[in-house]
Write a protein that binds this ligand. Structure first.
Ligand SMILES: [Fe+2]
Ligand SMILES: [Fe+2]
Length: 224
């Protein structure tokens, strides 16, 4: 049984899910006290960079569409900010209903596509080059986990977003992402900070540039 499958099966057993959730709750707390905002108190809706016409509570907490491109040029900080934003969107997804829920799911999927592309094209290769066998093994596992999320994203895109199969596939994918984020933040990023040091600023700038390109290409796709 492939490792990714074992993890998936293990998580479905219950224990790992709660561990992941506890970890993500801890990540959420790192961003400081966040009060939940009722949808009725949400700011005026507007078109944002992801082409969605809703402004989510997560965006409101994170400073709006401007935050889509991140706020830090330090590579690890930038990736953590992405994780935090997706975690907040997950929380919104779980409480939203109707059209909002579909729009949030769409936004999460786009965020994940951009984030994983940046990690795979820029961050992981730079980390792997400097981190020796331990880091190489981490990257191998991370890429397997990305692949499992990508497979789920592909399935989700082919589904009718309102139905029960979509919901269960989406929730499974969310658990996989939470587990993956826990490993990146708990193991990979601390080692990356050690081995990449000052290089993280330059790497982050390169990642920001690529992120803008990917956002622009998604926006133009949305217009056609
Ligand atoms: Fe990742
Ligand atoms: Fe990540």
């Amino acid at each position: 049984m492939p490792d990714a499958k074992k993890q998936r099966a293990g998580r479905k057993g219950g224990q790992t899910v709660s561990k992941d959730r506890a970890h993500m709750a801890a990540i959420g707390r790192k961003g400081g006290q966040r009060s939940r905002v009722k949808r009725s108190e949400a700011p005026e809706q507007k078109e944002n960079m992801m082409g969605s016409s809703i402004t989510t509570a997560a965006e409101q907490r994170n400073g709006g569409a401007e935050h889509q491109s991140g706020t830090s040029d330090q590579a690890v900080e930038m990736l953590k900010a992405d994780h935090q934003r997706v975690h907040s969107l997950f929380e919104d997804y779980e409480t939203a209903g109707g059209e909002d829920k579909i729009a949030i799911a769409d936004k999460i999927m786009k965020e994940l596509e951009i984030h994983s592309t940046i990690e795979e094209e820029i961050f992981y290769p730079a980390f792997r080059e400097k981190s020796g066998k331990q880091g190489q093994d981490m990257v191998t596992e991370a890429l397997q986990e990305h692949q499992s999320v990508k497979t789920a994203l592909k399935e989700l895109k082919a589904m009718d977003s309102g139905n029960e199969t979509f919901e269960s596939t989406f929730l499974d994918m969310m658990h996989d992402v939470e587990h993956h984020v826990g490993e990146e933040e708990g193991e990979m990023f601390p080692l990356a900070e050690e081995v990449l040091g000052n290089g993280l600023e330059e790497l982050g700038a390169e990642m920001q540039k690529r992120k803008h390109e990917l956002l622009e290409s998604l926006e133009s796709e949305a217009l056609h």
